[in-house]
Design a protein around this ligand. Structure first.
Ligand SMILES: CCCCC/C=C\C/C=C\C/C=C\C/C=C\CCCC(=O)SCCNC(=O)CCNC(=O)[C@H](O)C(C)(C)COP(=O)(O)OP(=O)(O)OC[C@H]1O[C@@H](n2cnc3c(N)ncnc32)[C@H](O)[C@@H]1OP(=O)(O)O
Length: 218
């Protein structure tokens, strides 16, 4: 399991962001449209063919496997295939984690608006998606020292159903002990807590710091 470096200038990095961010946004729109459409069968068949053509065009040149976790020389993270924050992953909720400092009361937070693609109970967020979001925000809060930390344990307390729509996650790290960090977080809708999470995050032995984790996740 390796983090790789990609030798990109800041201009090249921003160029790639400008190219791929709209593609991913368009695909998210498509996911939502497929769930909610009520058009006739002929229109669905025609859309299916068009989508297959688009897929073939993108497959003309591909990397062999997963995207990996890349960093530019100046430390910009490019986890662009990541299931939660991947800039090129339309399955990922449009989540941007904002990282503060380890001494802040809230070490990392994220605001996100979840639509039809994230539904579990009717009109509400799937419990696994709640867990997914917590895992990332807690993990980033735990990794604020610069050492990436992996999820050792993760416990969620679902207090009430979380409605689809805008929500916020706030994470903090009450205890650090060597490579182990205890992280806690709350999920808030209109200021009311719908779920809480606690996890133990562990930085694997021998890990070297990637970069000072400040600013935004993407
Ligand atoms: C994380 C990178 C992926 C994201 C990349 C994105 C961007 C990159 C840049 C920055 C962001 C970085 C990261 C944060 C972002 C998101 C979070 C990622 C969420 C995930 O998706 S992550 C995948 C799921 N996660 C796993 O895939 C873990 C599989 N597992 C292992 O890789 C090892 O198992 C490991 C490393 C956990 C431990 O391995 P190790 O060899 O270091 O452990 P060791 O034996 O030395 O134990 C040392 C002390 O931890 C205790 N301990 C050990 N394991 C424990 C456990 N599970 N629970 C409770 N305590 C545990 C021992 O009891 C001992 O405690 P004591 O010192 O007190 O005795």
């Amino acid at each position: 399991m390796e983090f790789t470096y990609e030798d990109l200038t800041a201009d090249e990095y921003h160029h790639r962001v400008a190219v791929y961010q709209p593609l991913t946004a368009a695909l998210r729109e498509l996911l939502d449209a497929v769930i909610r459409t009520e058009v006739d069968d002929a229109t669905v068949h025609s859309a299916t063919e068009t989508i297959s053509e688009v897929t073939a065009a993108l497959r003309a040149q591909q990397i062999p496997g997963a995207y990996g976790v890349r960093h530019t020389a100046e430390g910009r993270g490019m986890a662009w295939g990541n299931a939660v924050i991947g800039l090129r992953n339309a399955i990922a909720p449009p989540l941007t984690v904002v990282r503060g400092s380890v001494t802040d009361p809230v070490v990392a937070h994220a605001d996100v608006e979840l639509g039809a693609a994230y539904e579990g109970p009717p009109g509400h967020v799937h419990g696994g998606v709640v867990s997914l979001l917590f895992d990332q925000v807690l993990g980033e809060a735990a990794s604020m020292t610069g050492l990436p930390s992996y999820t050792g344990t993760l416990t969620i307390r679902y207090l009430r159903p979380t409605p689809l729509g805008p929500l916020r996650i706030e994470a903090f790290t009450p205890e650090r002990d060597g490579r182990k960090t205890l992280a806690r977080a709350a999920m808030l809708v209109d200021g009311a807590v719908t779920a809480e999470a606690e996890g133990l995050f562990i930085s694997p032995r021998g890990m070297t710091p990637l970069h000072p984790f400040a600013g935004e996740s993407r």
